[in-house]
Design a protein around this ligand. Sequence first.
Ligand code: 5AD
Ligand code: SF4
Length: 431
Amino acid sequence: MNVYDSELVAGLLQKCGYFKTEDIMSADVIFLNTCAIREKAEETVHNRLNNLHYLKKKNPQLLLGVLGCMAQNLKNELLETKPFVDVILGPDSYRRIPEILNDRNGLQNHQVDTKLSKFEIYEDMFPSRHEGVNAWISISRGCDKFCTFCIVPFTRGRERSRSMQGIIQEVEEAVANGFVEITLLGQNVNSYRTGEGKFHVLLEKVAAVSGVKRIRFTSPHPQDMDDDLLKVIAEYENICNYIHLPLQAGSNRILKRMNRTYTQEEFLILVDHIRKFIPDCSISTDIIVGFPGEMDEEFAETLMVMESSAFDSAFMFKYSPRPGTKAAEYSDHIEEEVKQSRLEQVIALQKRLSLQQNQRHIGKILPVLVEKESKKSSMKWAGRTEGNTWVIFDKTNEKPKDIVNVLIQDAQGVSLFGERIMEKELVHEIN
Ligand code: 5AD
Ligand code: SF4
C-alpha cells in the first residue's frame, strides 16, 4: 500500500515539474513515506530522519517531509523532536503537495495536515510507476474492522471504496504501460463494495481487461471471504489461485481479544472450503505471537492451526504495542524473551510447512510468469507461480513477462527449481 501511495505522490511531483534523482545529495525535496504498523517500522523512520538532518544542515533549502501513517500518528512527537522536518502530511492529505511546493520559498513554518477524510480516494490522480511486471492498484482505503492490536483504523481512517470505472481505467492504463500483473490493494480488500456490486464483481471486470495476464489481491479478511468470490477465483484463468488469509492467532480467547470476529473452528472450515473450491489454491497468512495475555497453551493452538492449515507461506510478527489501540491498554503484556521464543517456533514450523507445500509441486508442470534474471546465475530466470512461489529455471527463448510452462523438479528453501517445457512437448505429453 505504501509503494502505491509513494507512486501516487511521485505522480503528483512529476506534474509539478519535479523529477526523481538517484543522487540524494542533489535532491531539492525529500519525502519519506512512513508506516506505523509496528514499532520497528517507526524506529527505521526515526533513524532515517536523523541521517537526513545532516543533509538539511548542509543545504537549508532542502524541503524535508514525512508522509503517511507515522505522520498521522506521531505528528506532535515529530514536531517536538524533529523540528527540521518541514512538512508532515497524513495519508489523506497528499493533494496539498503541489500547493506546498509552489509556495515553498515563502514557507516560514511547518506545514502540517493530518486531517482524515471520509471520502478521499485519490480518484483522479495517477501514480508514476517504476517499470516492471506488477502494478499495484489501490481499490479502497482505510479500515473499519478495529482489530485491537492494529493502528491502521486510526492512521488511515474509515473504509471507502473507489469507483469500479476509475479502477478499470487505471488497470487499462497500467496494461498500456506494459504491466501484465495487477495486484488489487486494500486494507480489507474483500469488503470492497460500490453501488455496482461487491469485490467479486470488480474482480471479474479486471479479469476481462485484455492484456491482464495475472491478478492478485491483498489483504482479505477471513470474515469477508464468500462463495461468490471463491467462484470467480476458480473460474478465471488469469486470477491467481492464491489467497492471503491472515490468521493472526489460533486460540479462540485470543482471537476474541483481538476482535478478529472468527473462531479457530470457522477459520479451519474456511481453509478446507477454499481448498475444495479451488483444489490447487495456495494460502498464505499473517501470524502475531505474544499478544497480551497469550498463554503457552494458547500459543500452542496457533502452531496447531498453522499445521492443520498447511500454509504455503507466512508473515510472522511479535506483537508490538501501538499506543492508542485497545490492546496496548491491556495489563498482561508478554515478556520480550517469550515473544522471541514463540516467534522462533512459528518461523521454524513455517519453514517446514513451506518446504512440504513446495514439495507437492515436484513432478507438476506449472505456469510461471517470467520476472527477472536469477540472482545466482545470468543463465537462469526467476519467475513466480500462481501461488507466489519463486521458480528458477534455465533460460531458453522466453523473455520477462511471458508465462511459460515449467516442469518442477526440486524444492529447496522457499524456492522451486525446474525446466521449461515447450508447448510442443506439452501436447506430446498430454497425448
Ligand atoms: N503488532 C504486530 N503485528 C501487527 N500487525 C498489525 N498490527 C500489529 C501489531 N501491533 C500485523 C498483522 C497484520 C499485518 C499487516 O501486520 O499480522 O495482518
Ligand atoms: Fe488492521 Fe487488517 Fe484488522 Fe483492519 S482488518 S484493523 S487493517 S489488521
